[in-house]
Design a protein around this ligand. Sequence first.
Ligand SMILES: *Cc1c(COP(=O)(O)O)cnc(C)c1O
Length: 393
Amino acid sequence: MSQNQFIPLCVPHLKGNELKYVTECVETEWVSSAGKYVNLFEEKIAELTGAKHAIAVVNGTAALHISLLLAGVQPGDEVICPTATFIAPINAVRYLFADPIFMDCDQYYNIDVLKVRDFIANNTTFNNGFTYNAKTGRRIAAIIPVHIFGNAVQMEDLVDLCAERNIRIVEDATESLGTRYTSGRFKGKSAGSIGEFGCLSFNGNKIITTGGGGMILTDDSKLAQKARYLTTQSKDDEIRYIHNEVGFNYRLTNLQAAIGVAQVESFASILKTKKENYLAFKEQIGLIPGLSIADQPSFADNNCWMYAMQIDVAKFGADREQVMKYLADNKVQSRPLWYLNHLQKPFKSFETFKITKALEMLETTLNIPCSANLTASEVTRVVQVLKSLRNGK
Ligand SMILES: *Cc1c(COP(=O)(O)O)cnc(C)c1O
């Protein structure tokens, strides 16, 4: 590889049976939303996550939309959301004409469970079996814990709190396929299999991809059946076209699922490389004064989807924007944390609660290349570029 080869942030790794299975779909003309790969992909994801049911959908955002709908989120309800996340879960809340309440993050970029507890304890009331926001009088119907960058959310306290207060949990596990709890009450459980619903994404930058795709996970057979119904246009009689509810055209195609099945076959090796590169970066970047790779929660085996580099600007001598530019000049792609949702134009007017850490994380975080096919020499090159910036070349 040339010294000057561009190193992207995160690209798919499609070196297994992807082409073979897609070719089979085309040759047999099973390309649309029915076909063996859709079922097979659902089975494989259910097996991988331990969820009883997995329903394939067009993308992770659609999975969130339908899960929130089935969790009973109604127009005028409120939903507790992290501010530090990709915008999709907040959009899904708004699709249902509900309002987000924005929470801070913890040191792993995940929703700060202590602050959620603080908010529930001091800013809400519990009446007739439901939790209400004391300020707005509106029902708090649900919460969306997002397992950011594959880091497992501390779910134990959240599950207890939400059970006490009848707040439904829709896990956004779109970044955390493969993340498993290794201690505590949920030992052995996968991210996305703990809440009433879990949502996965197979977008191009996720740990495995179908080009675009998503999955709804649930252990509840009735809800699974309803999810399948709603995502296929609520068809009650498919011969006479009888529809008793407003439905959605949200089903994944066989073509996409075929890629997904092949990706699942490669998943163990993708996970292994992700972890090796995470550890290599953690060690080598940790030696550069002012830089470090973020820790992960110790109660889980995290999937290492994204490598969050943290910059101590005073010690390192350059800020996030300067580091990003220097890396780009040296053909290494990097990205800051998503701009915080409570600051985004469509969401500015919604409630926030004690957000401080997320603002700090936004300023100091830069994600560095994490593709599953990133080589050891590319890891070294990224480290060298960072060292040269620190040392003024
Ligand atoms: C990727 C992502 C989604 C949405 O997935 P799509 O498949 O792109 O719709 C939702 N939430 C988070 C946190 C994500 O990173």
